[in-house]
Design a protein around this ligand. Structure first.
Ligand code: ADP
Ligand code: ZN
Length: 201
């Protein structure tokens, strides 16, 4: 999946809850493209100012230089047309225009790798990821570890009281939860004791 013959473009989507390794996976794919001497550009929305402004950063502190844009359209303006591989992080904050932009880029021969949340804090599909999934050649769903029971987690649990769709933050404001432990809105259940999975190196 890393190498495409000729100049055909395509769209890859990496989606899942917070802490599931979307940014790590995006960075891994982009680094491999760089090793293959592809020209790479990375974009993220201005909204995500949790960490550095000019990098995408994973929760495990992997970093890659990026360009911050206000909207999906700005990707086209900031794009160097010699770029062959385009990464987009936090795609769920890019707005509906991202679907059209990714389609245009793939049609013009670019490999587009998009990472974002597939559902919001209420468990609802998070636009524009559902449309991108329908348009994509390749889809990867990443799972985190449920912080209540230790099972694989597909939901992003909000821990603070707010009805805003977007509350930007990470540690302390959100955690990963499995289907059984997830509660739309703010949780009321008690924590369960669980053993952390043992790393097998
Ligand atoms: P995402 O982009 O999906 O939010 P990141 O790639 O930024 O995820 O971070 C993934 C890393 O977060 C993991 O490799 C791990 O080190 C850390 N992490 C923290 N909490 C969890 C969790 N509940 N489940 C899995 N990984 C977690
Ligand atoms: Zn659970």
């Amino acid at each position: 999946m890393d190498f495409l013959a000729g100049n055909m473009g395509w769209i890859e989507v990496v989606c899942g809850p917070m802490f599931s390794g979307k940014s790590e996976e995006l960075i891994r794919r982009l680094r491999r493209a760089m090793i293959a001497r592809r020209r790479v550009q990375v974009f993220k929305p201005v909204l995500d100012n949790r960490y550095s402004k000019e990098e995408i950063v994973s929760h495990s502190d992997q970093r890659l230089g990026s360009t911050t844009v206000n909207s999906a359209d700005e990707i086209l303006k900031q794009l160097d047309w010699r770029t062959q591989v385009i990464g987009v992080d936090e795609a769920n904050f890019m707005g509906p225009g991202l679907v059209e932009v990714c389609g245009q880029l793939a049609d013009s021969g670019k490999r587009v790798i998009v990472a974002g949340l597939d559902t919001d804090y209420m468990g609802r599909p998070f636009p524009p990821i559902p449309d991108l999934l329908a348009m994509a050649e390749s889809i990867t769903k990443t799972l985190a570890i449920c912080m209540r029971c230790g099972n694989p987690a597909k939901q992003t649990q909000r821990l603070v009281e707010s009805e805003d769709l977007i509350v930007v933050g990470a540690a302390g404001m959100y955690e990963a939860r499995c289907r059984a432990c997830f509660e739309a809105g703010v949780p009321k259940q008690e924590m369960l004791p669980f053993s952390r999975p043992v790393s097998r190196g």
